[in-house]
Design a protein around this ligand. Structure first.
Ligand code: AMP
Length: 290
């Protein structure tokens, strides 16, 4: 595996490989099994796998965790190499933003709800850095996790609106044995918070079953159930619980007959966790088969 820190080095590396299928996995590093599942999928489907590791300051709000976001590039490089990455692109902030950008990408409507409502500017930061990475790497395919379902919807829409010649591959959420969605931010959780955080995946699993069994037919029932279930945990502070169509992210009342996203964001102490389920479900990746 080659590691490069500049756009020029990366382009030089990729120049002789342009007729091969190039897969990009964009991440903020501190790699875990979720990232690895994306890399493995890219490895299976592409000739050249590019992994980017970049904690993008543009997508963090002023009171968010940019400074304390976990970083360990040596560890990331070992994991990446083992998972089959060909080239690790780990640029500095100065390399990606030599000056404050005057050009940014805004995807409207899809970004004014869910995480976009609680994190103003977040998706402008995401869309801008993803657009930059697409121009730098020019991948044939790019792999994104459905743990960030709104991000997938936003990136897919940007790609369509701006005619990026790339195929977005959404990948299922990887979970710990007890259901907690794997996340770089899980390292912030205390033991007690970690234990109570399983309520997110447990509650989502329960509503998924109730909706699929026809026991819940309206968004309100799902939202009320999840709010009650999550609030039963004393350390949980709900940011949002919402039900929207997917990938259009429009409010919906009757649940049958369309793809819906049930999404939650909940604070445990200073850590904000998100999780979701898209119904009707496709298979998830059990830990043992990663
Ligand atoms: P991040 O480093 O958190 O920005 O994540 C980089 C990519 O990995 C994004 O496309 C995420 O959606 C994806 N990802 C993060 N956690 C998981 C997970 N538990 N399962 C699958 N994909 C994930």
């Amino acid at each position: 595996m080659k590691t490069v820190g500049t756009v020029q080095e990366l382009r030089q590396f990729l120049r002789p490989l342009r007729d091969r299928r190039i897969g990009l996995v964009p991440t903020m590093g501190y790699l875990h099994e979720g990232h690895v599942s994306l890399i493995r999928r890219a490895r299976k489907e592409c000739d050249v796998v590019v992994l980017s590791v970049f904690v993008n300051p543009l997508q963090f709000g002023p009171r968010e965790d940019y400074d304390r976001y976990p970083r360990d590039l040596d560890r990331d490089a070992r994991i990446a190499e083992q998972a089959g990455v060909d080239v690790l692109f780990a640029p500095s902030v100065e390399e990606m933003y030599p000056e404050k950008p005057l050009t940014t990408v805004t995807v409207s409507r899809l970004t004014d709800r869910l995480c976009g409502a609680s994190r103003p500017g977040h998706f402008d930061g995401v869309a801008t850095v993803v657009a930059k990475l697409f121009h730098i790497v020019e991948p044939d395919r790019a792999y994104f996790g459905l743990k960030d379902a709104q991000q997938v919807a936003v990136v897919e829409r940007m790609v369509r609106d701006l005619h990026f010649p790339v195929e977005i591959i959404p990948c299922p959420t990887v979970r710990e044995k007890d259901g907690l969605a794997v996340s770089s931010r899980n390292v912030y959780l205390s033991e007690e918070e970690r234990e109570q955080a399983t309520v997110l995946s447990a509650g989502l699993r329960e509503v998924a079953e109730k909706v699929q069994a026809g026991e819940m037919t309206r968004s309100r029932q799902v939202i009320d159930y999840l709010q009650g279930r999550i609030s039963s945990k004393p350390l949980a502070r709900i940011d949002y619980v919402d039900v929207l169509t997917y990938p259009d992210l429009t409010p919906v009342d009757a649940l049958q007959g369309q793809r819906i996203l049930v999404a939650v964001a909940v604070h445990f102490g200073s850590t904000r966790l998100i999780d979701n389920v898209i119904l009707p479900e496709k298979e998830e990746v059990p830990c043992s088969e990663r």
